[in-house]
Design a protein around this ligand. Structure first.
Ligand code: KIV
Ligand code: ZN
Length: 523
């Protein structure tokens, strides 16, 4: 069979970022985009430019900076959306792609859009035509395609291809499909549209994981004629998520005997690094037993397995862990390491930092170095990511004192700083008791900031080995009105890490709130 190149379209920064609490700021999105470029994905869907100023700015910055992959921006079939996507993507030049979507299924037509088939067809064609006015590379998605009448879907595919769409994406929007049926649908579309056979346009698939079938459906679709798969790192995304990039790529590679002739351009050795970066930036931790990137993915605990592995690795391992980037450890830094060594290691880890960033990180590095013997790459990454996650600091931690024990009421005293009038810094101090030292510290913060969040989720992780490891805390805080915000903090002291994470969420909330107030006061 002749070689078929499968394009990997990564939508971590769009569909992935859409899940509650996973939102990232501009710097975080840029770091993820840089890493996706190192991973060598073919397309990065950078966001939905019309949705907010922040999304527009992120797509625009990624289009400006990232070289290599194609950069896509999402748009509904409306002039306002398409114009915003065209403007945001302009710096990417020939590598820009506008991704236009419009629902086609009966249930969406009747209940969501209130539009008949002929109107949907007209809007789809108008949308693609308008997008072609900005870029040569236009993708069209008939949303909820897997529940659309196949005859109508064929009509839509033919019409949008004729209008200039170069990719037609078939989304399984609600994770309804099952592999054999989905493959049959893709084969039917492939056979019905001459441009799919000539290669003038390609079929893409975009599968959601509501029944846990997103990867299986994507793989079945490839064998039926799809030439692009849309997926996310760690499978993050709306509801149960999207198809996981690492699982699709490694299934194609590991089972090349079955998927003969299908190739991808991904540099698999970057997979684990990308997975960790996305987990930290999005605050969505990876389950331990997750395929390819979970902590246990290559851990063998049964004696019989360990014995087999020692005799011949392939007895119990179908992939080489090094192939996906496990086990790339470097010599740790210590408190004696200088600024140049820290800066060189950050560069080696792929972070692009200004002198001002390095100065502030070096300060934190010294604090950590004083508290622990070795500073591992993971410790350093946690510091950088904490730094990147920072938003303009309305409130910052000045002092924290906690008394706790098995026979005492946990009490925390907290002092916070806040910029006041005329460049002056104001200080506020308060104390609280709680169910534990973390609870007490967060209550004291609440008493000062008066933002009144409810802690929804709390996750503590040791980022490196040893009892003195840096603890990284991720919190999800509900500020009401559907505003669930993720915050992160790192320290060798877990109560301090918790207070920093909570303050990070508070600052993010205040930042979004002032942004929204600015937006709503505009005409
Ligand atoms: O799931 C979906 O249908 C989407 C489209 C916008 C492609 O995300
Ligand atoms: Zn989706």
């Amino acid at each position: 069979m002749k070689n078929q190149r499968i394009l990997i379209f990564d939508t971590t920064l769009r569909d992935g970022e859409q899940c509650p609490g996973a939102s990232m700021n501009l710097r975080q999105k840029l770091e993820v985009a840089r890493q996706l470029a190192r991973l060598k994905v073919d397309v990065i869907e950078a966001g939905f430019p019309v949705i907010s100023e922040g999304d527009f700015a992120a797509v625009n910055a990624i289009a400006k900076e990232i070289k290599g992959p194609m950069i896509a921006g999402l748009a509904r079939c409306t002039p306002k959306d398409i114009d915003a996507a065209g403007a945001a993507l302009k710096p990417a030049g020939k590598r820009a792609r506008i991704h236009v979507f419009l629902a086609t299924s009966k249930i969406h037509r009747e209940f969501k859009l209130g539009k008949a088939q002929d109107e949907i067809l007209r809007l789809a064609v108008e949308g693609v035509t308008r997008a072609r006015g900005y870029v040569e590379n236009v993708e069209f998605s008939p949303e909820d395609a897997s529940r659309t009448e196949p005859e109508f879907l064929i009509e839509v595919c033919k019409a949008v291809v004729k209008a200039g769409a170069t990719t037609v994406n078939i989304p399984d929007t609600v994770g309804w499909a099952v592999p054999d049926q989905f493959a049959a649908l893709i084969a039917q579309l492939h056979a019905a549209v001459p441009e799919f056979q000539s290669g003038q346009a390609i079929i893409s698939v975009h599968c959601h994981n509501d029944l846990g079938l997103a990867v299986a459906n994507s793989l079945a679709a490839i064998r039926a004629g799809a030439r692009q798969v849309e997926c996310t790192i760690n499978g993050i995304g709306e509801r149960a998520g999207n198809a996981s990039l690492e699982e699709i790529v490694m299934a194609l590679k590991t089972r090349a005997d079955f998927f003969a002739g299908y190739t991808v351009g991904v540099n698999t050795r970057e997979i684990v690094k990308t997975s960790r970066l996305v987990a930290r930036m999005s605050g969505l931790m990876v389950q331990r037993n997750k395929a390819i990137v979970g902590e246990n993915a290559f851990a063998h605990s049964a004696g019989i397995h360990q014995d087999g592995i020692l005799k011949k690795r392939e007895t119990y391992e179908i992939m080489d862990p090094m192939e996906v980037g496990w086990g790339q450890t470097e010599l740790p830094l210590t408190k004696h390491s200088g600024r140049a060594a820290v800066s060189a290691r950050l560069k080696h880890l792929g972070f692009k930092m200004s002198d001002a960033d390095i100065n502030s990180l070096f300060q934190r590095f010294k604090e950590i170095g004083d508290r622990k013997k070795f500073v591992y790459d993971e410790d350093l990454i946690a510091l950088v990511e904490g730094h990147i996650a920072e938003v303009p600091e309305t409130w910052s931690l000045e002092y924290l004192h906690v008394t706790t024990g098995n026979a005492t009421m946990p009490t925390a005293t907290v002092r916070l700083r806040k910029p006041g009038a005329k460049g002056k810094v104001e200080q506020f101090q308060d104390a609280a008791i709680g169910d534990g030292p973390v609870d007490a510290a967060l209550k004291a913060i609440d008493r000062i900031t008066k933002t009144g969040g409810t802690l929804m989720d709390y996750n503590l992780r040791a980022v490196s080995q040893g009892k003195d490891a840096v603890g990284e805390v991720t919190v999800k805080v509900d500020f009401g009105d559907k505003k669930v915000i993720t915050g992160k903090g790192a320290s060798t002291d877990i109560i301090e890490a918790s207070a920093r994470a909570y303050l990070n969420a508070v600052n993010r909330f205040l930042c979004q709130d002032s942004h929204r107030q600015r937006e709503s006061s505009q005409p």
